[in-house]
Design a protein. Structure first.
Length: 144
């Protein structure tokens, strides 16, 4: 990816300010691995057109909002096509904000456009992580 680290950090900061304005802190390596695994698993489910599995990685509030896996996947496919079918992904350093993990993921779509997807994940009672939000913004970075 040809985007500069400064540009990525600026975009991440702007999106985090929109998503969750609060004090950021580090994330343990174990939690960072678990958060990444959840996002990767959901992306794999989208790639396999497995709506039920993709929906299972969403938080209870997201599942209640959409009601069915089919409605959820339809929304993602239409409103977040780069998340539904990224050509490539690169994970940035996650941040913890008020008990929530913010994970930025740089994605490239099928047309070579660069996007920043900022995921918000919440820890569940069973200590697992679920995706509670995802905001995307197109970057002006270019792929090589």
């Amino acid at each position: 990816m040809a985007s500069s680290p400064a540009r990525r950090q600026l975009l991440l900061a702007a999106l985090c300010a929109i998503v969750v304005p609060a004090q950021a802190a580090g994330v343990s390596k174990a939690d960072a691995r678990k958060v990444r695994a959840v996002i990767e698993a959901q992306l794999a489910a989208f790639a396999a057109d497995d709506a039920k599995r993709a929906f299972s990685y969403a938080s209870r509030d997201i599942r209640a909002l959409f009601g069915t896996p089919e409605r959820f996947v339809t929304m993602v496919r239409e409103a977040y096509p780069v998340v539904y079918r990224p050509a490539s992904v690169a994970f940035l350093q996650p941040e913890a904000i008020d008990g929530t993990v913010i994970q930025a993921v740089e994605m490239i779509d099928g047309q070579g456009r660069v996007w920043m997807a900022v995921y918000r994940l919440e820890r569940q009672r069973d200590r697992s992580w679920r995706i509670s939000a995802c905001e995307i913004a197109e970057s002006d970075a270019k792929t090589t």
